[in-house]
Design a protein around this ligand. Structure first.
Ligand code: PLP
Length: 417
């Protein structure tokens, strides 16, 4: 067996550098997390070699008896986790789960209503450059510019006017609870399918820290690698919709948009779902929310605006639209201080999506590595120091001081080492 460093020094170097980066930088990208060592290890299993087109017990290849065990475990566990009666664990990622929902439940050209990407939606909810925006007539809904909250009256007005075939709940950047019952009522008024993409908050939902959309939605999708802390992947869930509906969803995934499922990832999903069913996972998610609240409070004390005025979940958007610098500038300055976040549009952002006037931060990753209230208070303070310096000067000095503090804090809370 030839070690990677000998066989491919370039790649081995990149992996080693990435290990160091993940250990020494603070990760505030709201969609990221650190999978457990077990979840990491299972992805390296021999299941990666197996073709298993079809579903457990009905495969197009022989030799599937062992991968069937893995897929059944993943399916049963995720159903228990979210209290539902249908699950498809095969989507390769969140975007594929979403593509399967479109394929199963709509026809190209249909009117579909989703949250405006510039106001917190996801690409697959109808962005013009995505398949969803190219093949469907998308009508966006968004936020009340005054409050930064979802404007349900406006959503209802648009729905009644445009009569969408499907209404999409879910988001990539929204720090409040969504009213699933209210959205279902709007969908029912116009006879639309109500689909929730809970990718960002799935871990919180599993732990009872965010409202579960399953009692309200016809169908729910998610990624497995964000707050849920599993391997990179997707799932589709539903409750009480009946076998015909579930068959449509299954055949949209395979043979609709995918070939062979990634059985090593499905096995890792099974392990992640088992972890998420443990009491420790609830404790973790409670801490994620408490840490986000703490960071929001520090930012506000220091004079920074949070879109919607705070957070009820794992993330928040810092509104920099009244600052002399951009979201991109802030992103770069924070990176220099080893704080990884991402620039993000704020509602009615005057700047382009490449520049933006906001920064999105989230606490799932730092909480996994053991940061609590004390560490998050410190961290939010340093983040403000870096942003302050963009206005007041001495950026380089502040960056180097914060970088040292960040590395020291990170070393006290190792991820894998
Ligand atoms: N849905 C939402 C709400 C997301 O935020 C994301 C990822 O950012 C996705 C779907 C897409 O997931 P993936 O990157 O796994 O395709």
């Amino acid at each position: 067996e030839m070690p990677l460093a000998e066989f491919d020094a370039e790649l081995a170097g990149a992996i080693r550098d990435e290990e160091r980066r993940q250990e020494d930088h603070v990760e505030l990208i709201a969609s990221e997390n650190y999978a457990s060592p077990l979840v990491m290890a299972i992805q390296n299993s021999v299941f990666t070699n197996k073709y298993a087109e079809g579903y457990p017990g009905k495969r197009y290849y022989s030799g599937c008896e062992n991968v069937d065990v893995a897929e059944r475990l993943a399916t049963e566990r995720v159903k228990a986790l979210f209290d539902c009666d249908y699950a498809n664990v095969q989507p390769h990622a969140g975007a594929q789960a979403n593509a399967a929902v479109f394929l199963a439940l709509t026809n190209p050209g249909d009117t579909v209503m989703g949250m405006n990407l510039a106001q917190g939606g996801h690409l697959t909810h109808g962005n013009p450059s995505n398949f969803s925006g190219r093949h469907y007539n998308i009508v966006p809904y968004g936020l009340d510019p005054e409050t930064g909250l979802i404007n349900y009256e406006e959503m209802e007005r648009i729905a009644l006017e445009t009569r969408p075939k499907m209404l999409i709940g879910g988001f990539s950047a929204y720090s409040r609870r969504k009213d699933w019952a209210r959205m279902r009522a709007i969908a029912d008024k116009v006879g639309a399918i109500f689909w929730v993409d809970m990718a960002h908050v799935a871990g919180l939902v599993a732990a009872g820290e965010y409202p579960n959309p399953l009692p309200h939605a016809h169908v729910v999708t998610s990624t497995t690698h964000k707050t849920l802390r599993g391997p990179r992947g997707g799932i589709i869930l539903a409750k009480g919709q009946g076998e015909d509906f579930y068959k449509k969803l299954n055949s949209a995934v395979f043979p609709g948009i995918q070939g062979g499922p990634l059985m090593h990832i499905i096995a890792a999903k099974a392990v992640a779902f088992k972890e998420a069913l443990l009491p420790e996972f609830r404790t973790y998610q409670k801490q994620v929310v408490a840490n986000a609240r703490t960071m929001a409070a520090v930012l506000q004390q220091r004079g920074y605006k949070i879109v919607s005025g705070g957070t009820d979940n794992h993330m928040m958007l810092i509104d920099l639209s009244d600052k002399p610098y951009t979201g991109k500038d802030a992103d770069t300055a924070l990176s220099n201080a080893y704080i990884t976040a991402n620039k993000n549009s704020v509602p009615n952002d005057p700047r382009s999506p490449f520049v933006t006037s906001g920064i999105r931060i989230g606490t799932p990753a730092v909480t996994t590595r053991g940061f609590g209230i004390v560490e998050c208070e410190q961290l939010a303070g340093w983040l403000c120091d870096v942003l302050d310096a963009l206005e007041l000067g001495a950026s380089a000095e502040v960056a180097s001081r914060v970088r040292e503090q960040v590395v020291e804090l990170c070393r006290r809370h190792p991820v894998y080492r």
